[in-house]
Ligand binder design. Structure first.
Ligand code: SF4
Ligand code: SF4
Length: 152
């Protein structure tokens, strides 16, 4: 068996296990479900602000999140407290990119939490309005027009 074929077999078995776990009977049950979440980048809601939060009871202190954020994102996860390994998100740096969640080996250890309306975003110094806003109407956009909601 070639190595490439083995990888495909593992992907099939992984998908099959996942479908069993979630109770999906066949591929029709999941095909196309993510498509409705796809939009052009300029319509992403700039007023949706989320921050990563680490559950210290679940954290095994492997440091993957720190390295990923440090090297690839916004240097928003500290690695030490009182001389010991301790990983904590700095809300004044976190941009909510989700990278740390993807690299953490422990299920549900890092959660993305949306800032409620009226909360101060420590990173930007702005209060979350909850009012949909996107790049088409952003003040930094020289081609800005009045806000347009994406088509359903
Ligand atoms: S969401 Fe992104 S910026 Fe925030 S802590 Fe995780 S990796 Fe860093
Ligand atoms: S990747 Fe997850 S388990 Fe590892 S240090 Fe970060 S939060 Fe803890």
């Amino acid at each position: 068996m070639t190595y490439g074929f083995k990888i495909v077999e593992e992907m099939i078995s992984g998908l099959s296990n996942w479908m069993d776990e979630k109770g999906h009977k066949d591929l029709d049950a999941i095909t196309g479900r993510a498509v409705r979440n796809v939009t052009d980048w300029q319509y992403l809601d700039l007023e949706y602000i989320a921050k990563a939060k680490i559950d210290q009871d679940l954290c095994i202190k492997c440091g993957r999140c720190h390295i990923a954020c440090e090297d690839t994102s916004h240097q928003a996860i500290s690695k030490e407290k009182d001389g010991k390994r301790y990983f904590e998100v700095m809300n004044d740096e976190c941009v909510g990119c989700n990278l740390c969640v993807n690299v953490c080996p422990v299920d549900d250890c890092i959660a993305m939490e949306a800032l409620p309306v009226g909360t101060l975003d420590e990173r930007t110094g702005r209060v979350v309005t909850g009012k949909y806003a996107n790049w088409t109407s952003h003040p930094n956009n020289p081609m800005a027009k009045p806000a347009v909601e994406p088509a359903e």
